[in-house]
Design a protein around this ligand. Structure first.
Ligand code: AMP
Length: 182
């Protein structure tokens, strides 16, 4: 399936083209349509099969750029993955300057992350520990988060983040859909 068949905004299609993607990978083909139809999904696929774009592209399509508060939350197990997801999102949204993302992870200055969050962002990519810290400090507003993505959810369970994930889900009370990737 070609990306032009998904009804994405023209500026998102430009970002996809700039990333040199033409055809959707199998996980993208199976996951993008139900996600865009508002369904919850559970997707399991090998690493390197294009899972980031499978949730990243529909997220960028669904986010309302005019509402500058977190609308989507992506939780992942490591700082490296957090930065990689944020980087992929930056590339896809290169032609849509109106959407802001912020990566929040441990081992970096929390004050800087708080300051960036205060400026207003649409998508937050987070590791569990730092996210909980921000929630407890009331430095992140999750009231209007509609979409929650749990990336490498199996890995997060193996690393003992189960209680943290439950806490995050309890704090996203207006969540409309949850997408779990493993
Ligand atoms: P991921 O599984 O999300 O880490 O993606 C693995 C690699 O495949 C990354 O380098 C992506 O940029 C690339 N990729 C993802 N989707 C596509 C696609 N539809 N066409 C070409 N490359 C892709």
């Amino acid at each position: 399936m070609r990306f032009t068949e998904f009804n994405f905004h023209p500026n998102l299609l430009e970002g996809i083209e700039a990333s040199n993607y033409e055809n959707a990978t199998p996980v993208q083909e199976q996951v993008i349509p139900p996600i865009m139809a508002g369904k919850d999904v559970i997707a399991s696929a090998q690493t390197g099969t294009g899972k980031t774009a499978a949730f990243g592209l529909p997220l960028l399509q669904l986010i309302d750029g005019n509402q500058r508060h977190p609308q989507a939350l992506i939780v992942c197990p490591t700082r490296e993955l957090c930065l990689q997801i944020t980087n992929d999102l930056e590339n896809f949204k290169k032609h849509n300057k109106n959407i802001y993302t912020e990566a929040v992870y441990g081992g970096a200055s929390i004050m800087m992350q708080i300051r960036n969050l205060k400026r207003g962002v649409h998508i937050v990519v987070a590791t569990p520990g730092r996210l909980i810290d921000l929630i407890e400090r009331k430095a992140i507003d999750l009231q209007k988060v509609k979409y929650v993505v749990l990336d490498e959810a199996d890995e997060m369970m193996n690393m003992g983040f189960r209680d943290d994930i439950d806490f995050v889900l309890k704090n996203t009370i207006n969540r409309e859909s949850t997408w779990l990737f493993s």
